[in-house]
Design a protein. Structure first.
Length: 315
């Protein structure tokens, strides 16, 4: 967390004011809105234990407590954004959450923080919530949780093929939720121009048409060119530009309400630089423009064709 806190500290030193939201544990009621009650109960029994839940997911004696505090703190932030006067948030959470499924922990994730927060916002009366996931890995847990829910739009850009093996364009939701899951799988090696195309052609038009009342960003920084676990080539400015563009849409329909929720990021320099740029882009709307590369990635073209079934403005 040192790198993430460093990004916030640099923004604070430059004059940005941050008000701290008090942390708290998520309640069982908040957790079972998105997680199976039997899973929540089983997780509670792991307090004080150590070991692997799967090859990628380890728990220490305090992991369950920390995970519940991360989720509860994000819920508290959402309450502050709904009740005012703040409209923007930055949640420096560990462990991350977007791989956590309704009844299973996986991929370093125990509880699905952003899903818990979105479900809480729905319980508070927020009708439409957009979750934009720019982590380099597909957020399979978040997708599964809101698979049939038209009130929560889930949009993901991610390296593909890659862990966890989900996130193809045909994965679009079920029933009333058909079309409210939008996946943009990108080939390894894509940089700023590819992400700009993905956002300009698919992500931004879909989010704008949906007109969310709250925007939550699963903000991973492992698509950075420096990251050791992936093969994408994003610069720090790309994260600033994406945050800037989403903040503009939040200003149109969501009273500006938008939060960056930390997910992956495994190079400390890249994490600090990317998060700092994203915070600045979200708060001050300052980020250099990046130019898209038309037809540079087959995933963008296929995602646009799929999303165009339901959403206007997709090209």
């Amino acid at each position: 967390m040192t790198a993430a806190r460093g990004a916030v500290a640099r923004q604070a030193a430059a004059g940005t004011r941050f008000d701290r939201v008090g942390s708290r544990l998520a309640t069982d009621e908040e957790l079972v809105r998105v997680h199976d009650p039997r899973f929540v109960e089983a997780l509670a029994k792991l307090r004080g234990e150590t070991g692997y839940l799967d090859p990628d997911t380890y728990v220490s004696a305090e992991s369950v407590e920390v995970a519940r505090r991360a989720a509860g703190s994000l819920v508290a932030m959402v309450d502050a954004m709904i009740d005012g006067p703040v409209s923007k948030g930055v949640a420096l959470l560990r462990p991350p959450g977007h791989h956590a499924r309704p009844a299973r922990a996986m991929g370093f994730c125990l509880l699905n923080n952003v899903a818990i927060a979105a479900a809480h916002a729905r319980a508070r009366g927020v009708e439409r919530i957009a979750i934009v996931d720019w982590d380099v890995h597909h957020g399979n847990g978040t997708q599964e949780i809101f698979w049939a829910d038209p009130h929560v739009l889930y949009v993901s850009t991610h390296q593909s093929p890659f862990y966890p093996g989900t996130g193809e364009v045909h994965e679009a939701g079920r029933g009333d939720g058909d079309g409210y899951t939008v996946n943009v799988p990108l080939a390894a090696g894509g940089g700023d121009a590819v992400y700009a195309s993905a956002f300009e052609r698919v992500v931004l038009p879909v989010v704008e048409t949906f007109a969310p009342e709250l925007v939550l960003v699963s903000a991973g920084f492992d698509a950075s060119a420096r990251d050791p676990l992936a093969q994408m080539e994003l610069s720090p400015n790309a994260f600033g530009w994406m945050a800037r563009e989403l903040a503009h849409l939040a200003s149109l329909s969501a009273k500006g309400r938008m939060a960056l929720v930390l997910e992956g990021g495994y190079d400390l320099v890249a994490l600090e630089a990317g998060l700092g740029a994203a915070i600045e882009g979200m708060l001050s709307q300052r980020a250099d423009d990046i130019e898209g590369a038309p037809d540079a990635d087959d995933g963008v073209r296929r995602a646009a064709a799929q999303a165009g079934r339901l959403w206007t403005g997709v090209t």
